[in-house]
Design a protein around this ligand. Structure first.
Ligand code: NPW
Ligand code: ADP
Ligand code: K
Length: 511
């Protein structure tokens, strides 16, 4: 699903009105009507007090229409006109006149001189002050209003976006944003919903299809996408009936060290369950018998050391290699990693300590930063850093938007795919950004990342392009975690459980 910028949304908006031969007011009426239908299902008692906060723009216009519909249905509604300017958008003005004529709700004006309303646990607040038009700090009294609301126990439904949220930047340290329980957003998801900087204000998100032009939507080029089931289905390649294990590739997992042998076993198991033809494992020899006990389907590659990975020749051509899981940061691991980066002639999935070693190597040779990595990491490799590893690789960032730019630069510089793991992972290739929609906090448990690496390596070996393997694997991994959590709760979920739900996760792609 495309994620659009404010200017693209405005374009889509006006194109749709022309295409459907409707006025902008009629479109607002449709959007507000659909939002109202959703709000109605959430109203829990006839005594609930509803407070609509309406700004002077089109977001406020939505709010005034919603207030009108609520009052028509007999709900008590207090409407606060948040008047930080004396001008109103024409559609807002029209809805205000209608609301006043209806004479069923209490309408009050809020300016910087007004006493701010109280909010209690009985209140349902509908925040329609600012939508996607916010382009500078909210006026101080509106920020005070947001802080007062956020400090109360009232429920809040935000229309389109929480007021105070920017589509293209994080809030300043002192800037207030309305905390939402529910966001009813129109037509397309908005990027900040998925970024940690806004995590404190984003509640449940419901995307409302308001019938904007699909033709125009398909024409608008967006490098930002939310990875949902329909996008994942497009990436998935069904298995031909006449196929054999050679069809699905030979994956190699290289990982483990003296005290971290489980990680590579987990990764190998995940890889074996990804649909791959064959999985070979190069790991410290002291773990060999444990691997065969846990995963008899896997093949072992001889390894020179009991405790560390080596650069032993494979004796066959690998279709994909996953490297780094549990290798540690020893000299032995560094030298083996260097050798593998040098000689691998297929794309790699690079994770964990391999990323730390690469990052350290870059820092040590800061002046040769470009050359150190360039030519050593095969192009189109997938790097899977968690936030700590990412910081070591690309440097520090002051907010999520700067982080995204650093990742893009890094991806362009080294021609690699960066899968930045997080609550909503971001898969970045050059300027293209894929935001994952699946996953849950039950996956914040040791080994989840190892499972992802195995899955990505397996998909890569099957012939998926690096970008498609990364995007599809990221989605399937999170979905498996969600299905597992449904059954067993987030608390009791372990990394092994994620693998057990790969089957159900793949099934969703075929449904
Ligand atoms: N997309 C769609 O399909 C549909 C969209 N709809 C709705 O329209 C909403 C967007 O409406 P909108 O463009 O009127 O902007 P909104 O957020 O109401 O802000 C109003 C104005 O405030 C101004 N301003 C900005 N920052 C400011 C500040 N800090 N302090 C003071 N002023 C500030 C700025 O104007 P400026 O002063 O920059 O000229 C801005 O234009 C959208 O979120 C959705 O709810 C639906 O109705 C129908 C379908
Ligand atoms: N709160 C969360 N919501 C969704 N996914 C999560 C959450 N926390 C962690 N994950 C996912 O779990 C995995 C954790 O990876 P990582 O930190 O490398 O774990 P480990 O090193 O223990 O294997 C990533 O894929 C990440 O996206
Ligand atoms: K809003």
């Amino acid at each position: 699903m495309k994620i659009l910028e404010a200017s693209q949304l405005a374009d889509l908006d006006s194109y749709s009105c022309k295409e459907q031969n409707i006025s902008s007011w009629e479109l607002m009426e449709r959007a507000a009507g659909l939002a109202y239908e959703e709000i109605k299902t959430r109203l829990n008692s006839a005594t609930q007090q509803i407070k609509v906060l309406a700004g002077p723009g089109n977001n406020g216009g939505d709010g005034l229409a919603i207030a009108y519909f609520l009052a028509q249905d007999g709900w008590d509604v207090d409407v606060f006109l948040v008047n930080f300017t004396s001008s109103r958008s024409p559609d807002n003005q029209k809805n205000l006149v209608r609301l006043k004529n209806q004479a069923k709700s209490n309408i009050r004006e809020l300016t910087e001189d007004s006493e701010l309303p109280e909010f209690t646990s009985e209140d349902l607040v509908i925040d329609a002050i600012f939508g996607v038009g916010l382009n500078r700090s909210m006026p101080e009294f509106v920020q005070k209003l947001a802080r007062k609301h956020n400090g109360s126990a009232s429920q809040c439904i935000c229309i389109d976006v929480p007021s105070g949220m920017y589509l293209d930047q994080s809030p300043g340290e002192d800037e207030a944003v309305f905390q939402s329980d529910l966001i009813l957003t129109f037509q397309t998801p908005k990027l900040p919903f998925y970024l940690p900087d806004y995590s404190g204000v984003v509640g449940e998100v419901k995307i409302i299809d308001i019938g904007l032009s699909q033709k125009r939507l398909s024409e608008i080029s967006s490098e930002l996408n939310l990875v949902d089931l329909s996008l994942a289905k497009k990436l998935y390649r069904p298995r031909p009936r006449f196929s054999h294990k050679g069809t699905y590739g030979h994956a190699v997992l290289i990982g483990g060290s003296e005290l971290m042998l489980g990680s590579v076993i987990l990764s190998s198991k995940s890889c074996m369950h990804s649909g791959v033809g064959k999985t070979s494992v190069l790991m410290p020899s002291r773990g060999h018998s444990a691997l065969i006990q846990h995963l008899p389907e896997a093949m072992l590659v001889e390894n020179a050391s009991e405790d560390f990975i080596s650069d032993q020749d494979l004796g066959f051509n690998a279709d994909a290699i996953g490297i780094g899981i549990g290798i540690g940061t020893s000299e032995a691991a560094l030298s083996a990693l260097g050798a593998w980066l040098e000689k691998a002639d297929c794309p790699l999935v690079i994770d964990a300590d391999a990323l730390n070693l690469i990052a350290e190597h870059i820092t040590l040779k800061d002046k040769k930063r470009l050359r150190t990595l360039d030519g050593q990491v095969p192009k189109k490799s997938i790097l899977t850093p968690h936030p700590g590893e990412l910081r070591r690789l690309v440097g520090s960032w002051k907010d999520d938007f700067e982080k995204l730019n650093l990742i893009k630069d890094f991806s362009k510089q080294f021609d690699v795919i960066v899968l930045a793991k997080d609550a909503y992972s971001l898969c970045v290739y050059q300027d293209q950004v894929f935001v994952n929609s699946t996953g849950n906090s039950g996956m914040a448990t040791a080994g989840s990342g190892d499972v992802l690496t195995g899955l990505l390596t397996g998909l890569l070996a099957q012939g998926y392009s690096s970008l498609n393997a990364a995007v599809l694997g990221m989605f399937l991994h999170g979905l498996a975690g969600d299905l597992a959590a449904e059954e067993m709760s987030e608390e009791s979920l372990t990394a092994s459980d994620i693998i057990r739900y790969f089957g159900d996760s793949f099934s969703k792609l075929k449904a």
